[in-house]
Ligand binder design. Structure first.
Ligand SMILES: Cc1cc2nc3c(=O)[nH]c(=O)nc-3n(C[C@H](O)[C@H](O)[C@H](O)COP(=O)(O)OP(=O)(O)OC[C@H]3O[C@@H](n4cnc5c(N)ncnc54)[C@H](O)[C@@H]3O)c2cc1C
Length: 499
């Protein structure tokens, strides 16, 4: 079997390295990241996804789903890059307050469909980001303080598992996989569609206010005051912006789920800061949510780093403002808290975020700028060390080397027939791009262990294509510092066999 055989397997387009258009098709939205994949497969529908996974299984190859590449990791060498753009169904069931989306749908499409019906999903800042990629990794957006992670609003997930079998995953049908997919990333199965809860939006008030750099201290003071008292309906993000070649500035991005008059009252403090360059505060149609931050929609070369902050006070602001933003483009702080800190009982792998603020450091990833960007990000994090929690706001895909280490440390349940062979084949050719294990848990957080176990169990189960197979972490895995020594049994792990 050769990679050329892939062409006969799908209804959708398959591009191989020698084909015209291959480079473009394999390019990620984040232009910093190179993607030396073996093929790009554009699935025409969910059946194509299943056919692709079955092909990959036979050929011993890995499939990695990537709607756009906003979250590209670069760890895709030799894999088949699955593009899901043709899975673009958006069905709003207004009476149920549910939207069903194909795996290639972008947030902007959902907002455009739901907004006119007085509803919204839990979108983030950029309408070009896919609902699936964002939601599988958690999804922290404008309404997260009120309604939590986007992943916790998932009601059902259509998947193709590692055997190439389609299935529908719900809290009832497969609690463990349902838990892992909602925040644990997309490495447990290929998702073909999601069903998500929508929320009523009678009125949305918000916008962006921009001031020149010399107002930065005053704007930060206002940010601290407003966020100290903000109701869950109000989200405020602050940005120190340094657009290349332009003057530095400071902005507040605002969204309030409520009446205009109340929103004006809550933000009246801003009127005391003189000299705004622009102020777009007003009623925001849900469909125009992305206009608040107006982030770039075209592919861009960027390097982002995010850290959770244990708090933000005058001393932290002093440290933050002591140095220029350059060579970064944006130093952003998002106010978290609310429902993010208190997820409900049926929450997924995103867990709870006690940290009240999220620091985002964005810089250029072009070859001449990448080193300086990373160095500056490290410098800001070092300066703010006392405020950095060390837990990560999103799960990140682990590298191949990390994956191999983890898979190598897996111990096989000896009672399982053929388990050793399965483990060996799993180590040689995991079907999906990687396991995703780095989450919110710190060394002292027992949930990290639970996550790790559930993740390993779920991932191996899916990758091994056998729902009865149970692998679990060994002491070796614990020693390499990925997990703590033990954890409480998790409902999510019920039925699996953690060590
Ligand atoms: C400009 C910009 C703004 C952003 N704003 C926010 C924000 O406000 N809040 C927030 O939480 N995040 C935000 N993010 C981060 C973003 O949510 C992640 O990068 C997300 O992974 C992007 O999803 P994507 O599908 O668009 O990207 P891709 O890189 O195409 O996909 C990302 C990952 O999602 C998984 N995945 C996607 N589709 C499937 C599938 N069908 N089956 C299985 N796995 C799948 C894969 O692991 C894939 O590697 C932003 C990123 C950018 C670049």
């Amino acid at each position: 079997m050769t990679i050329n055989d892939l062409r006969g397997v799908l209804k959708g387009r398959v591009l191989l390295a020698d084909d015209d258009g291959f480079e473009q098709a394999a390019t990620a939205w984040n232009l910093t990241v190179r993607q030396p994949v073996a093929a790009v497969a554009e699935a025409a529908d969910a059946d194509d996804v299943a056919a692709l996974v079955r092909y990959a299984r036979r050929a011993g190859m890995t499939v990695t789903a990537q709607p756009s590449g906003h979250g590209a990791s670069g760890d895709v060498e030799g894999m088949i890059l699955l593009r899901t753009g043709l899975l673009n169904e958006v069905e709003v069931r207004a009476e149920e307050r549910v939207v069903r989306v194909g795996a290639g749908v972008k947030w902007g499409q959902v907002l455009a469909a739901a907004g006119p019906l007085g509803l919204t999903g839990l979108a983030g800042s950029a309408p070009g980001v896919s609902v699936t990629g964002y939601t599988l990794g958690g999804g922290v957006g404008w309404f997260s303080r009120k309604y939590g992670f986007a992943s916790d609003s998932v009601r059902a997930i259509d998947i193709v598992d590692a055997d190439g079998e389609p299935g529908r995953v719900t809290a009832e049908s497969d609690p463990e996989l349902f838990w892992a997919l909602r925040g644990g990333g997309g490495d447990f199965a290929v998702v073909t569609a999601l069903e998500l809860e929508l929320y009523p939006v009678p009125v949305l008030y918000g916008g962006r206010v921009i001031w020149p750099e010399h107002r930065t201290r005053e704007v930060y003071d206002a940010f601290l005051e407003i966020t100290a008292e903000a109701p869950r309906e109000l989200s405020v993000w602050i940005n120190r912006l340094q657009p290349p070649g332009a003057s530095p500035m400071v902005t507040l991005d605002l969204a309030y789920l409520g009446e205009v008059a109340q929103g004006e009252d809550l933000l009246a403090r801003l009127d005391k800061i003189e000299g705004a360059i622009s102020d777009s505060r007003g009623v925001v149609p849900v469909a125009d949510l992305g206009d608040i931050t107006a982030e770039p929609t075209d592919p861009a070369p960027s390097i982002a780093r995010a850290e959770l902050l244990t708090g933000l006070d005058a001393d932290a602001v002093e440290l933050l403002l002591a140095k220029p933003v350059e060579p970064l483009i944006n130093v952003q702080i998002r106010h978290l808290g609310g429902a993010l800190a208190e997820p409900g009982g049926g929450a997924g792998a995103s867990g709870a975020v006690a940290e009240p603020y999220l620091l985002g450091l964005l810089g250029l990833g072009l070859p001449h700028a990448a080193d300086a960007t990373r160095a500056k990000q490290a410098e800001v994090v070092a300066d703010l060390e006392a405020y950095i929690s060390g837990r990560k706001p999103r799960r990140r895909p682990i590298s191949s080397a990390e994956r191999d280490k983890i898979l190598g440390a897996l111990r096989v349940d000896q009672d399982e027939q053929n388990a050793v062979e399965r483990r060996d084949s799993l180590q040689r050719a995991p079907l999906f791009s990687c396991l995703t294990i780095e989450g919110f848990g710190g060394q002292d957080d027992p949930r990290k262990v639970i996550r790790l176990r559930a993740t390993i169990n779920a991932a191996c189960r899916v990758a091994a294509g056998d729902r009865r197979t149970s692998y679990h972490a060994t002491d070796e895995l614990i020693k390499i510092g990925i997990a703590g020594p033990d954890g409480n049994a998790s409902p999510a792990c019920a039925g699996s066999s953690p060590g």
